[in-house]
Design a protein around this ligand. Structure first.
Ligand SMILES: *[C@@H]1O[C@H](CO)[C@@H](O)[C@H](O)[C@H]1NC(C)=O
Ligand SMILES: *[C@@H]1O[C@H](CO)[C@@H](O)[C@H](O)[C@H]1NC(C)=O
Ligand SMILES: *[C@@H]1O[C@H](CO)[C@@H](O)[C@H](O)[C@H]1NC(C)=O
Ligand SMILES: *[C@@H]1O[C@H](CO)[C@@H](O)[C@H](O)[C@H]1NC(C)=O
Ligand SMILES: *[C@@H]1O[C@H](CO)[C@@H](O)[C@H](O)[C@H]1NC(C)=O
Ligand SMILES: [Zn+2]
Length: 947
């Protein structure tokens, strides 16, 4: 499914986690807007229905019948434009679709009933026949279950016999959604009118978004991922529009003055959630490939401006990369990618018709940040990886969603590295995925990567699976496995696994079997046993090494140190020492036995465990070894590989959060930054210090903290000053990131020359209309200028936001609008999120999250989501809860949050609110225990430089 809500990096914030610094990662989640906008009112609902307790319904379809082929015709009756000619009454938009389908069903066990899924559809004219004899089987009753199952139950007068093929014919009608679910309407304004009659530039299109369980809202179907079938699809659509489907067009003909039809070639055997079509006036841009016909579809204005060109430049190469790397050809003759003005999530990997938010596909020269190319490359690579991992080989059930998402996330790094080597994308893995997995999984309320099937049954439970554990921990666990097995053998196993299960479904054990096939004995208890610890248990370990005597042990790493846990893992440990720098071989830490003696005794200066940070665990040491490592960092950091420099900072901060080391040890790891210009160590420190900012930005610690940060960043700001002042950026990709960090951190902590620079550049734009700000720095500088300004700056940003058709500019401004310090402007902005004509539905969650990140907006946002919970929960309520409560660290806030979780209906935010409560408890205790020493540390550091 979608990963990556990339958009401009600065915008990545979008859903869920994202790394906290500006330039964050790339995350995504599914968001389903479940009902009409007009039904949003702020009344809390009781959590439990008051009806008598019936046993919960069986949620899974019986396996007696298996669908083989659907022949479907669908006619979406909407207009792509509403023409206003002088004498012609304008037609009104119509949101109806209708269709017919015939499913061929193989009976594998005698039965007298057919169960399939159907939701919000009017189904009629059911006819059941034996396909061979054409004998009709009488239908005795049809019932659409009005509960969570969405079952359409068809009772028959006689039995269906094992081994026979039957056909089920039916007709259906439904409504095109205005809330981005199932088959939905999207709109945009076409900047270039077609002719003089074209006075109304509004344009409409429809597209589908069916993952995980919305196919049943478009046509009655066996809507489970292992009920794969062939789809033979015909779309009836208005003349003047283009219909795209999963496969290449087979035939297209005019029906009458208004209508035409397009029939597509039958698909491969595939899951229902990958079904897709779109009807629009979009224009294609071609991408090169020796066999596959690749096109990028976008608004005609965007296509004409060449905005799809970057995606076109790389898509063919990415597809070829996967074909070579996996040694399996992409099985379709065409691949379309479409840039939709409205879509939630950020992208969806439908087989042969991948959908994206515009920001995920369009690169606008001289408006988009140069770094935005990375976001586009990453999301395309992720979605194309799914054409193998997910589309060709699919998880049996949603509890193993990580097999789709973990693999797509992991594999995307290799593809991007191939097509854009200068991005050094593999280094970005630690900020985009590893960091996020570590954060989320350190809570006792986290969940296993692969929970039991029984725990993932309802649509709400399935939707909850689309979280950062599934994506980022999934990728991280695969990366660790590849390191243990060796990348070459790992790839060999994966290729065989794909080949043997193509057009089929798998669960995690199938993967372990194939890993076992390539493995010589690696001195462990067998890969299934090893991996089971990492996939069936939540969390991860911290190992502690005493380098004076070699004692080593592990325990479950939790932010909440009072949480009890007896979990342990098979931990592969690779160390390096100050004298021997080459990689050592893996030593397995097999149980939680304490006092285990290892060979890890420091002979010279220090020992460093978890080489290249390829293991999914944290490392703690005896104080002497920490001291040696810190000294190394401050004297000659290059002696430690970059990945591990970052790891040391991150481990120290997180061990401090869990109270396993003193907080001052963590702060000490930031000292060397004063002379550091590399991106990743800075990024890691910023991400970790963000926790300090959140905990203390409303307290007396903040002043000294800002003073310290200002001192640390001055050198970095100076390093880039020549570039920044002249609206230029360095050549090197990662230095471009660090320039943004420098400007943001300096301005944010009040460096006078930075704030003045931002204000002046913004004023020049506002007053003269010339925007000299480099696209890389726009997001940051807009934000700083709006923060330092008042009503005029804000309104200029708002008006520009509304009037521009450049997606990148819009995203940069949407974020900047949340930066004002004026409460009344923030309130107004929050209100705007209730009007889809001001803030598109897909942007509601991220806009509220931006506002909550601003300390001036935090309390407002919290009040706002409670007042409008029924609305918010239809979007990405889970992500909003996590973000809006990030500063919570007082008893009062904890009580409010607990009351909120009881009084309101949490739906698919239930797990998120539980995590937020746990996090708040941890914060509360951490602040009370650490505030004084943190304050003292900052004051001491500041005094050192006062002379
Ligand atoms: C449209 O209406 C105008 C007067 O409003 C009339 O002159 C013209 O002939 C009409 N055109 C058609 C095609 O009916
Ligand atoms: C469009 O809707 C309006 C108001 O509902 C109605 O008066 C008008 O007749 C409709 N026009 C068409 C062409 O159906
Ligand atoms: C696909 O459906 C059309 C009718 O819509 C039918 O004529 C054609 O034979 C079908 N093709 C396959 C391969 O089932
Ligand atoms: C696409 O590739 C062409 C040819 O290599 C190049 O000239 C152009 O700048 C590229 N476009 C983008 C947006 O990267
Ligand atoms: C799918 O895999 C299972 C288990 O290996 C096998 O029994 C089945 O025949 C396969 N189905 C297809 C259609 O390949
Ligand atoms: Zn995905």
């Amino acid at each position: 499914m979608p990963k990556v809500s990339i958009l401009s990096k600065a915008v990545a914030a979008t859903f869920v986690i994202l790394t906290i610094s500006v330039i964050a990662g790339i995350i995504t989640m599914v968001v389903f807007y479940k009902s009409e906008i007009s039904t949003m009112n702020p009344t809390p609902r009781p959590t439990f229905p008051s009806t008598t307790l019936a046993p919960p319904p069986v949620m899974r379809l019986p396996r007696s019948l298996v669908p083989e082929k659907y022949t479907i015709t669908i006619k979406p009756e909407f207009y792509s434009r509403i023409i206003e000619k002088v004498n012609v009454t304008s037609p009104n938009q119509t949101l109806v679709f209708s269709g017919e389908s015939t499913v061929e069903i193989r009976c594998v066990q005698k039965t007298r009933s057919i169960y399939l899924h159907s939701k919000n559809l009017l189904v009629s004219d059911e006819v059941v026949m034996n396909k061979n004899t054409e004998e009709r089987i009488k239908v005795s009753s049809v019932k659409n279950h009005d509960d969570e199952t969405d079952f359409l139950e068809i009772q028959l007068d006689s039995d269906l016999e094992e081994g026979s093929i039957y056909t089920l014919q039916l007709a259906f009608r439904g409504e095109i959604s205005e809330n981005l679910e199932a088959l939905y309407l999207s709109s945009y304004v076409e900047g270039v009118p077609a002719d003089e009659d074209d006075t109304n530039a509004d344009r409409f299109l429809v597209a589908t978004n069916l993952q995980p369980t919305d196919a049943r809202k478009v046509f009655p179907c066996f809507d489970e991922p292992d009920m794969k079938a062939v789809f033979n699809v015909t779309i009836v659509h208005r003349r003047g529009t283009v219909a795209l489907g999963n496969t290449q067009e087979a035939v297209s003909n005019i029906i009458d003055d208004d209508w035409k039809y397009t029939r597509f070639l039958p698909t491969q055997r595939m899951s229902t959630y990958l079904f897709a079509f779109a009807v629009s006036e979009f224009k294609p841009t071609s991408s090169k490939h020796d066999r596959v016909n690749i096109k990028i579809y976008s608004r005609p204005e965007a296509a004409n401006a060449g905005y799809a060109q970057y995606a076109a430049n790389i898509t063919g190469d990415i597809l070829s990369f996967f074909e070579d790397h996996l040694e399996i050809k992409y099985p379709l003759s065409k691949l379309d990618q479409i840039a939709l003005p409205d879509l939630n999530p950020a992208a969806m990997e439908n087989w042969g018709l991948v959908t994206y938010q515009e920001g995920g596909l369009l690169y606008e020269d001289s408006v988009s940040s140069l770094l935005h190319k990375e976001a586009i490359a990453t999301i395309i690579a992720h979605e194309l990886a799914h054409q193998w991992f997910g589309n060709l080989v699919t998880m049996k059930w949603w509890n193993d969603l990580w097999l789709n998402e973990g693999f797509a996330t992991y594999m995307s790094y290799f593809a991007v590295d191939k097509v854009e080597p200068s991005f050094n994308i593999k280094d970005m893995y630690i900020v985009n995925d590893l960091h996020i997995a570590f954060q989320e999984d350190a809570l006792a309320s986290s969940h296993p990567l692969s929970p039991p099937q029984e725990d993932v049954q309802t649509t709400v439970q399935i939707t909850e699976m689309f979280d950062s554990i599934t994506y980022s921990k999934g990728a991280t666990v695969l990366r660790m496995l590849a390191d243990v097995v060796g990348e070459k053998d790992f790839n060999r196993a994966v290729k065989m696994y794909l080949l043997d299960f193509r057009y089929n479904n798998t669960e995690k054990n199938n993967l372990w079997e194939y890993i076992d096939k390539v493995l010589a004995d690696i001195g462990n208890p067998g890969i299934a046993k090893v991996m089971d610890k990492w996939t069936s248990q939540s969390g991860y370990p911290v190992i502690t090494i005493n380098t004076t005597d070699g004692e080593i042990y592990q325990k479950h790493f939790l932010f909440n140190d009072s949480a009890e846990s007896s979990l342990w893992w098979y931990v592969p440990v690779r160390v390096m020492t100050s004298e021997a720098k080459s990689e050592s071989k893996i030593v397995w830490l097999l149980t939680d036995e304490r006092e285990k003696k290892s060979e890890f005794i420091a002979k010279d200066k220090w020992i460093l465990a978890n080489m290249n940070w390829s293991g999914y665990y944290r490392v703690n040491y005896n104080p002497e070894n920490w001291e040696q490592l810190l000294t190394q960092l401050e004297t000659d950091p290059q002696e430690i590989p970059m990945m591990n420099r970052v790891q040391l900072i991150d481990d120290a901060f997180n061990l401090a959060r869990a109270k396993l080391v003193d907080v001052t040890l963590a702060l000490n790891t930031t000292r060397f930054l004063r002379n550091e210009t590399a991106y990743l160590p800075w990024e890691s420190a910023i991400m970790n210090l963000k926790y300090f900012v959140l905990m203390f930005d409303r307290s007396e610690v903040y002043g000294p903290m800002q003073a310290y940060l200002l001192k640390q960043v001055e050198g970095l700001y100076g390093f880039f000053k020549n570039y920044t002042d002249h609206s230029r950026v360095p050549e090197d990709h990662s230095l471009q990131y660090n320039q943004i960090n420098a400007v943001e951190l300096a301005c944010f902590n009040g460096l006078e020359e930075c704030v003045t620079m931002a204000k002046d550049m913004f004023a020049l734009w506002r007053n003269n209309g010339t925007n000299i700000i480099h696209p890389n720095l726009r997001s940051t500088i807009y934000c700083q200028a709006v923060a330092a300004g008042g009503k005029d700056e804000w309104e200029f940003a708002w008006n520009t936001f509304q009037n521009t058709s450049d997606t990148s500019e819009k995203e940069q401004l949407r974020k900047a609008l949340s930066c004002t310090k004026k409460i009344w402007l923030l309130s107004r902005y929050l209100e705007y999120t209730l009007s889809p004509d001001k803030i598109r539905l897909m942007d509601v969650a991220s806009t509220i999250i931006y506002i909550a990140r601003n300390e001036a907006g935090q309390a407002l946002a919290w009040n706002f989501i409670r007042a409008h919970w029924d609305y918010i929960i239809q979007g990405n309520g889970a992500a909003v809860i996590g973000e809006v409560t990030r500063r919570f660290s007082t008893k009062f806030e904890l009580q409010e949050l607990e009351r909120f979780s009881k009084d309101y209906d949490m739906q698919d935010a239930a797990r998120a609110v539980e995590q937020a409560i746990e996090q708040t408890r941890v914060n509360l205790q951490w602040v009370s225990e650490n505030k004084d020493s943190v304050l003292e540390w900052f004051e001491n550091e500041n005094n050192k430089y006062k002379l």
